[in-house]
Design a binder for this molecule. Structure first.
Ligand code: AMP
Ligand code: MG
Length: 490
């Protein structure tokens, strides 16, 4: 293996009893070849920064299984669209091993699209090129935005035919995450009455991810509090950036509060709070403005599964903290996005006018926020130009500019427009993975041209920078690309 001395491998999950997983080897794809290799992430683990060749490539894409890999499919369950499904598990993904980063922190190395497992149900164990590109780009985009997420180390395509609505090509995602434990893991053991396993899993989660909680009065309650906190932060960040996950089933909720399992996700173009990105979500259960409520529902489902370990009253108490924490995080995020850190008397009214404006006009959200961040140059016409009702926009903009004059820094000095805007440009991205951009990149990739996938990966890793050579990627969506609904088939 190239760079043999560097990566350090383990697999703590494989040490658990057999009831937690099934050992399964990957089923290699035909003529697997790299589309993209995440050099920056690779470097953190001591993998070569150049695209891996030969032995390492064969290992990473599952053609050969070295001794230090223990490929396994995890067993879990979960609530899908509110209905409990006991039959879930890794149906097409395999945990290969854990890899230590240079600080010694362990990350799972997971292959998505690696073939059949005992949990594949009616599926074929495969992932198609388009959904793999979407997950790669979005997980790296979320990382670029500073939102907790699984990561993507690389992506391969192949000649293996995969049948969805039409014949497509099989692809593989190399996913990395501090954990692949989902809310649904706990639900599985609870609903199958395997209480020793439930407790063992909670003990392991504490030991692996939060060892400092082991000495808490009730470590399980402390763990649940931590999950609640992280979930509240993640959801606040989603809402602030305009991210719609699309399938917030409990099997897609990470125990570490990281954005997990990218399917029919979307970033808002127009600010439509009731936007539903998932074509199969007929009731709008996972609409953009439902996400905060759904996360609480999912936390309640986890709390119920943990009820043998935590007092019911304590579970309730922890759940009651979710909404205020979410509000707190969301308010911090929105204040930063608007450059309004100083708490002022009429802020409630001002923020209401902001939401009334964006919700009723459905202005392009990312562009509006970025243009507000550029008010240190120009006369504000770039903001007003985004609205049909220019007079209303100008009125609101005037009230905003007046409000900004009240900003003071932490020693009470007035904040200059330059200072305010510089900070705002570091939290309002110029480049967002709009669905139309992903769609165009996928159409090219399906023709064998990966240039747009590569360009997006580069831009989204640093979404706040100007990247003057790539201005087109910051364009507003064409009419066909607005409010797209994405199929769940992947
Ligand atoms: P998802 O909607 O991707 O979160 O998947 C829900 C469940 O279906 C999980 O247990 C997946 O492993 C499984 N699954 C999704 N797609 C496939 C597939 N093509 N083959 C086998 N299992 C799949
Ligand atoms: Mg899933």
């Amino acid at each position: 293996m190239a760079n043999q001395s560097s990566p350090k491998f383990s697999n703590r999950f494989a040490q658990l009893p057999q009831s937690f997983f099934t050992l399964v080897n990957p089923q290699p794809l035909e003529n697997a070849r790299w589309i993209i290799w995440n050099s920056q992430l690779a470097d953190k683990f001591g993998f070569p920064t150049d695209v891996p060749q030969n032995a390492l490539k064969q290992q990473l894409c599952g053609e050969t299984v070295p001794d230090h890999f223990t490929p396994l499919a995890m067993k879990y369950a979960g609530h899908q669209f509110g209905v409990y499904n006991p039959d879930l598990g890794d149906g097409r993904g395999l945990l290969l091993c854990e890899v230590a980063d240079k600080q010694g922190k362990l990350f799972d190395l997971h292959l998505k699209g690696a073939g059949l497992t005992p949990y594949s149900r009616m599926g074929d164990g495969r992932a198609v090129l388009r959904s793999t590109i979407r997950e790669y780009l979005c997980s790296e985009a979320m990382a670029g935005l500073g939102i907790a997420t699984t990561r993507a180390l690389g992506m391969l395509e192949s000649d293996t035919p995969v049948y969805r609505e039409k014949q497509e090509r099989g692809a593989l995602l190399l996913r990395m995450a501090e954990s692949h434990v989902r809310f649904g893991h706990f639900e599985h053991f609870f609903y199958t009455n395997q209480m020793a396993e439930l407790k063992l899993l909670a003990d392991k989660v504490i030991d692996w991810y939060w060892p400092e909680l082991a000495s808490a009065e009730n470590p399980y309650a402390a763990m649940f509090t931590e999950v609640m906190e992280r979930t509240a932060l993640m959801i606040a960040q989603w809402q602030a950036v305009g991210f719609c996950h699309g399938v917030m089933n409990t099997d897609n909720m990470s125990i570490l509060g990281q954005t997990f399992d990218y399917g029919p996700f979307a970033f808002l173009d127009d600010y439509d709070p009731s936007y539903i990105c998932n074509h199969s979500d007929y009731q709008g259960r996972y609409a953009f403005n439902q996400q905060p409520r759904v996360a609480l529902w999912n936390l309640s489902a986890l709390g119920h599964a943990l009820s043998p370990l935590i007092d019911k009253a304590e579970v309730e108490q922890i759940l009651a903290q979710y909404e205020p924490r979410l509000q707190q995080y969301y308010s911090q995020q929105m204040r930063a996005k608007l450059g309004l850190h100083t708490v002022c008397a009429n802020d409630g009214e001002f923020f209401s006018s902001f939401f009334a404006l964006i919700e009723t006009t459905h202005v392009d959200y990312p562009r509006f926020m970025r243009e507000l961040s550029n008010l240190d140059s120009g006369d504000g016409s770039a903001v007003v130009d985004l609205f049909v009702d220019r007079e209303r926009a100008q009125q609101w903009l005037d009230s905003y500019l007046e409000r900004t004059t009240l900003e003071v820094d932490n020693v009470g000095q007035p904040v200059s427009p330059q200072q305010r805007c510089q900070q705002m440009r570091s939290v309002n991205p110029k480049y967002v993975l709009r669905n139309y951009l992903a769609q165009l990149a996928i159409e090219k990739a399906e023709q064998g041209d990966f240039s747009q996938v590569n360009a997006l990966a580069l831009l989204l890793a640093h979404p706040y920078d100007e990247h003057f050579a790539y201005q087109d990627y910051a364009n507003l969506p064409p009419d066909w690309g607005k409010g797209m609904e994405i199929s769940c088939s992947s």
